[in-house]
Design a protein around this ligand. Structure first.
Ligand code: GAR
Length: 190
């Protein structure tokens, strides 16, 4: 039986699409659902194009985790992937999937993690602080924001003329190159 993934995303969903394409021919791992809290997010269009079912929920539904849990259980989701999902998960969801929720964060955690640290906010802060390197962190999700066990980190250098846009591009390249493989390796070890 293949392991079934649900991908949670709140925005463009380039990582989600990349993961779907990576596992499209896999007999071991299958993306069975895309979940989002934003019905107008571009990820919905990508999911429709990929023919993957979409489940849209409210922040309330996430936090009480009754209907959403039923949905995940009804299709036998084994692993949850957070790929640009910007809401904090409730404790009840984290407890329901121990070491079964994987997040990607666009900085070298523990630097630039925690509340308010997402997307371009992170890159702005990194450049403002004149960091010489940044990168990505792939990690398990636990009860504390951005503090779960690290699975993989990859670095990129920051040039003197780096802008938020060029840094986003570098980070996305790292994410697209390494996230699907890290998911695959992690699942094989479970
Ligand atoms: C990615 O860079 C991801 O690391 C980041 O949002 C972006 C989503 O891009 N996630 C966070 O900031 C979570 N704290 P995408 O929608 O194109 O995949």
């Amino acid at each position: 039986m293949p392991k079934k993934l649900a991908i949670f995303a709140s925005g463009s969903g380039s990582n989600a699409e990349n993961i779907c394409n990576y596992f499209a021919e896999s007999s071991d791992i299958k993306v069975v659902l895309i979940c989002t809290n934003r019905e107008d997010a571009f990820i919905v269009k990508r999911a429709n194009k990929l023919n993957i079912p979409v489940y849209i929920f409210t922040k309330y539904e996430l936090n009480n985790f009754v209907d959403l849990h039923k949905k995940l259980q009804s299709i036998g989701v084994d692993i949850v992937i957070l790929a640009g999902f910007l809401l904090k998960l409730p404790a009840i969801m984290v407890d329901s999937y121990p070491n079964r929720i994987i997040n990607i964060h666009p900085s070298l955690l523990p630097k630039y993690g925690g509340k308010g640290m997402y997307g371009s906010n992170i890159h702005k802060a990194v450049i403002k602080n004149k960091e010489t390197e940044s990168g990505i962190s792939i990690h398990f999700v636990n009860q504390n924001y951005d503090e779960g066990k690290i699975i993989l980190q990859k670095k990129c250098s920051i040039s003197a003329s780096e802008s938020v846009e060029t840094l986003i591009h570098k980070i996305h390249k790292l994410e697209h190159n390494y996230f699907p493989g890290a998911i695959e390796k992690t699942i094989k070890k479970l």
